[in-house]
Ligand binder design. Structure first.
Ligand code: CP3
Length: 366
């Protein structure tokens, strides 16, 4: 008899966890040495892939999210097509809000639009606690389906409290986040209370994804870069720290990402995540200097660079690899894949990152 088949099978969840414990993504997130830098792309599952658009023509975002089979299909498409080192669950940061009964629509070409925005204390009771098992069981079902099928770690995610608050307060996407900042200055207690509630939503969502088998999580605090460091420290950091503290017992790597956060990086590095995601505005070596060595970095090729001819993309990607150095770096874009990106360019970036061996202290063009 083949001695391998004689070994009693492990319980599925345990088998999945042990099988991927040494995955380059998880090692790099933890700052451990890797043979090659791992790579994945924020927003890799939607938008630019024809596989997604085909499914999207039959079902909208929330319909896909509520179907574990469709979710799994969309989540796996970029792994098969691009060869990335991680899958990111197909969902949206607004899914838990919709699940607790917030009237919410994703308007094509616009983004999430909230029927009744949050403007005062009397709006807070509408934000009841999120109970993933009852309110959105399809998320954990999709995670369980995926961890059985995938050969790479699955990243779960949630929206950060500031970013969720900004959609709720503005009522939809905003360039200035004026109402959000006005509430933060004008009624700091209300703002803190709102962020605390939303941190609870994010934490419940992330814990349930990890308990279902997600191997790492990312907190998308996309729009926090619109505020100043003093407000960030007083008004956003405490709720955020609660999220990372609340995940520690689960022992999965955590990533904290925002856009335009150059002035906030040093503080973001104290929130308790293992990794900080950096956008393209700060060279990743400078970001490391601001963050300190206790966190790993993720990023940070400009998504717009992917629209340039390949030799340009190649040069810029290599520059990111050299600046970041060989350990504690997961290659990614500085923000999500743009819908018009040619997936072939993403595939070539993956191959390039996998082929490069970054020597410690390698020279970087200044
Ligand atoms: O890899 C993926 O694209 C899949 C998973 C994913 C979605 N949203 C699907 C989605 C992820 C990780 C998100 C996170 C998300 N959602 C963020 C943080 C990431 C970031 O880009 O900063 C934010 C700010 C949102 C809010 C949101 N949802 C916006 C701004 C939009 C509309 C604009 C857009 O991206 O097209 C959505 C809707 C949404 N979420 C879509 C998808 C694929 C488009 C919906 C559609 O196809 O109709």
């Amino acid at each position: 008899m083949n001695p391998v088949t004689a070994v009693p099978p492990l319980a599925p969840a345990l088998q999945d966890a042990s099988r991927l414990a040494d995955a380059p993504l998880l090692r790099a997130f933890r700052g451990l040495p890797v043979e090659r830098t791992p790579v994945w792309f924020m927003r890799q599952a939607g938008r630019s892939l024809s596989e997604y658009r085909a499914i999207r023509s039959r079902a909208n975002l929330f319909e896909i999210s509520r179907s574990p089979d469709l979710t799994a299909e969309v989540t796996m498409a970029p792994v098969d097509r691009l060869g990335v080192d991680a899958a990111i669950l197909f969902s949206d940061i607004t899914v838990p809000l919709a699940a607790i009964g917030i009237g919410l629509e994703i308007v094509p070409g616009v983004g999430p639009v909230i029927a009744e925005p949050v403007r005062g204390w009397s709006d807070l009771p509408r934000l009841r606690p999120f109970e993933p098992d009852q309110d959105a069981p399809y998320v954990a079902d999709a995670v369980r389906l995926l961890v059985r099928a995938l050969d790479v770690p699955l990243i779960g995610f949630a929206g950060g409290p500031f970013t969720l608050a900004s959609y709720l307060i503005e009522g939809g996407p905003s360039k200035t986040h004026a109402r959000t900042r006005a509430m933060m200055y004008g009624d700091p207690h209300l703002f803190r209370e709102l962020l605390d509630i939303l941190a609870g939503v994010a934490l419940a969502s992330l814990r349930s994804q990890v308990l279902a088998g997600a191997a790492a999580i990312q907190l998308f605090e996309s729009w926090v870069g619109v505020i100043d460091p003093v407000s960030y420290r007083r008004q956003v950091l405490p709720a955020t720290t609660r999220i990372f503290d609340g995940l520690r017992d689960l022992d999965v790597p955590t990533v904290y990402f925002g856009v335009g956060t150059g002035e906030l990086l040093a503080l973001m590095g104290t929130a308790g995540s293992d990794v900080v995601g950096v956008d393209w505005r700060v060279p990743i070596d400078a970001a490391r200097a601001r963050l300190g060595r206790h966190v790993a970095v993720q990023g940070n090729l400009d998504p717009v660079a992917c629209l340039a001819p390949w030799p340009v993309v190649r040069e810029r990607a290599i520059d990111v690899l050299l600046r970041a150095g060989p350990t504690g770096h997961v290659f990614n874009l500085g923000h999500g894949v743009l819908p018009e990106t040619d997936p072939e360019i993403l595939r070539r970036i993956v191959d390039l990152v996998h082929e490069c061996r970054v020597e410690p202290g390698a020279a970087v063009a200044s």
